[in-house]
Design a protein around this ligand. Structure first.
Ligand SMILES: Nc1ncnc2c1ncn2[C@@H]1O[C@H](COP(=O)(O)OP(=O)(O)OP(=O)(O)O)[C@@H](O)[C@H]1O
Ligand SMILES: [Mg+2]
Length: 240
């Protein structure tokens, strides 16, 4: 093991982290763009309460984008590269509902319906870094929208299959996954067979996997009965 090898590992890790951040920024830009374009559409009309709400969502997404840019600046200065984590106990079903609401603009723009099926009666606490789990949801939902045709449907479900486990599913009725794609798509830089390289970095799901691993959960993909894909992740419930 030489110093050169160590330096190369550190610098490729650094590049990956920076690429990851750039990738996430693009997701937010996608979100903001979707909402803004929606507002500009003729059929929306003058500003009403809903539009104001969408604008507020745009605003908060751009604030997040700014935070990421700050992180890049900090990272490029730091000698040790590590994304900041901030774990706290979060009521998981309310949290997922809030994240899904941010997608109203982008989904509506592509004429895709997003529905949540979340039990109101159970809202367990999960110890998580909210920003990172939000990144997971954003990647899964951006994918679901990207790989589903206009007129399609996305469904987000949260269930509590055991006292110590929460399961979140993002299902769509889009183009679906080939059996041989289901595992490799979680690797860095792997895109599906029918995906154009230009629009796809093949990083979204690798980022999701890393985050879910850091939370001691599991993430995987399945084919949905009747066509489309299902992405499922689990997180351990916090025991007080
Ligand atoms: N909801 C989905 N339906 C069908 N295929 C999907 C879905 N989500 C992901 N995939 C497949 O998994 C591959 C990897 O997804 P991933 O999000 O990691 O990268 P990407 O979407 O190609 O690019 P990006 O890094 O810009 O997100 C995609 O190229 C696509 O083939
Ligand atoms: Mg993606």
């Amino acid at each position: 093991m030489t110093t050169t090898k160590k330096t190369t590992d550190a610098s490729s890790e650094k590049t990956l982290v920076l690429t990851t951040i750039a990738h996430e920024m693009r997701n937010f830009v996608t979100l903001i763009g979707g909402s803004v374009r929606l507002l500009l559409r003729d059929d929306i009309g003058p500003l009403n309460a809903t539009q104001r709400k969408i604008l507020r969502e745009c605003q908060s997404s751009s604030e997040r984008l700014n935070n990421f840019i700050d992180e890049i600046v900090a990272l490029s200065r730091a000698s040790r590269v590590k994304l900041k984590t901030a774990f706290e106990n979060v009521y998981v079903t309310s949290f997922i509902r809030r994240v899904v609401r941010k997608f109203r603009g982008l989904a509506q723009e592509k004429d895709i319906a997003i529905r949540t099926r979340i039990a109101r009666t159970r809202n367990p606490l999960v110890r998580m870094d909210q920003d990172r789990i939000e990144q997971v949801m954003i990647n899964l939902l951006v994918n679901a929208i990207q790989y589903t045709e206009p007129g399609g449907r996305i469904e987000v479900r949260v269930t509590v299959p055991a006292d110590d486990l929460v399961e979140v599913r993002v299902e769509d009725n889009g183009r679906g996954l080939l059996p041989e794609e289901q595992e490799i798509i979680f690797q860095e830089y792997k895109v599906g067979n029918a995906v154009s390289r230009e629009n796809s970095m093949g990083l979204g799901l690798a980022i999701c996997k890393k985050i879910i691993d850091d939370h001691h959960g599991r993430i995987w993909a399945e084919t949905r009965n009747g066509g489309g894909s299902k992405f499922i992740f689990t997180l351990p419930v916090t025991t007080p």
